[in-house]
Write a protein that binds this ligand. Structure first.
Ligand code: AMP
Ligand code: MG
Length: 344
């Protein structure tokens, strides 16, 4: 298959919509990461997403809409809970996915056999225009090969999926850089299953009491059932061995420099670069968590592309605000391997 590279003009958006209406797959920019879209109401089209990405069939997809009213228009859920209106008022369009009880219209391929469906109204104008032009909601997981870092540019999508999908629309670099926050309203107390651009603090300011799933910061115990199936898979991992250090800034520099050789690299901050004696990949200024989120996947991919570092050392991120989302992704990239220097 020849993968078309489309632009964000009217003609190309219509071309993308045509491909989607005919059951094809299109990579498209959103404010979180690039998504791989198919008609969410057509199980056969959705199945192609799993094939192209090599995604396990038991990992459900997020359904993308272009207006809150699309939930009723397409009859996506059995009931809209009160809290969904509050969340939508505060955070939609934007990087928040809301899980609700599904209706019968949702194909099994989308919900992976669960009784719920995940829904998001993205703010990216290109995503909105494609959804509207297609005239259907779009199932769209991240447009990467399953297990590799999510794509934040059209080139990342091409690198992973060229020849496996019909088209990709180039809309530049994604603003947030990490996948959406996922919250479920299908539990008694709303529960955050995945942290993202909308923070836990923001969510509780609207909803009051919310829970944060254990799997957000901890490894699932063997045999435990994941509330969000995606959390159980190895994710976001570059080929190098990522190790996280719980330590001060000066301890980090010393630890890494003591191990300086050709195989070691540092995933660090701008302020560290002049002090480090190894190859550096910076996430941005030290306290700029938004920049860390935006740059994380790009840096993990650069580490892979350069192919030199066997071991990459990074500091354990802060869990404040958007930091929690960076922590959640990085600790998975590290396979939960943390060296605690504070203990000594
Ligand atoms: P992705 O689209 O690649 O960002 O992945 C979607 C994430 O949302 C995965 O971690 C899924 O496991 C999760 N997800 C989607 N639908 C549901 C659902 N109905 N219940 C729980 N988690 C879900
Ligand atoms: Mg993904």
């Amino acid at each position: 298959m020849n993968t078309l590279l489309l632009k964000e003009n009217k003609q190309d958006i219509e071309k993308a919509a045509e491909i989607l209406k005919n059951g094809g797959l299109v990579g498209l920019p959103t404010e979180t990461v690039y998504g791989l879209a198919a008609n969410a109401l057509n199980g056969k089209s959705v199945a192609k997403i799993f094939e192209a990405k090599g995604r396990p069939m038991d990992n459900p997809l997020i359904v993308h809409i272009a207006d809150f009213s699309d939930i009723e228009k397409y009859n996506l859920v059995s009931e809209i809970p009160k809290q969904a209106y509050k969340l939508a008022d505060a955070f939609w369009p934007g990087p928040l996915t809301i899980i609700m009880k599904k209706s019968n219209i949702i194909p099994n391929e989308v919900s992976a056999g669960l009784s719920t469906v995940a829904i998001r109204f993205p703010s990216h104008p290109v995503a909105q225009r494609v959804i509207k032009a297609s005239g259907v909601p779009l199932a769209a997981p991240s447009a990467n090969l399953s297990g590799s870092p999510s794509p934040t540019t059209a080139l990342h999508v091409i690198n992973d999926l060229n020849g496996k999908i019909d088209a990709v629309i180039d809309g530049g670099v994604c603003d947030v850089g990490l996948e959406s926050t996922v919250i479920t309203l299908a539990t008694e107390v709303p529960r955050v299953l995945r942290p993202g651009g909308i923070t836990v603090e923001q969510l509780s300011s609207v909803l009051g009491k919310i829970d944060v799933d254990d799997a957000v910061v901890h490894k699932l115990k063997d045999g435990a059932v994941a509330s969000s199936p995606g959390m159980k898979y190895k994710h976001y991992a570059p080929k190098s061995n990522v190790i996280l250090l719980n330590c001060s800034d000066s301890e980090y520099i010393e630890y890494v420099n003591n191990r300086a050789d050709d195989d070691v690299a540092a995933l660090c901050c701008d302020e560290d670069i002049e002090h480090l004696e190894v190859c550096t990949y910076s996430l941005g200024r030290r306290n700029d968590y938004k920049a860390h989120a935006q740059n994380l996947f790009d840096m993990l991919r650069k580490i892979d592309d350069d192919g030199v570092a066997k071991t990459v050392y990074s500091r354990l991120p802060s869990i404040k605000g958007v930091g929690l989302a960076v922590y959640n992704r990085l600790i998975r990239a590290a396979g939960f391997e943390v060296i605690d220097l504070e203990k000594d």
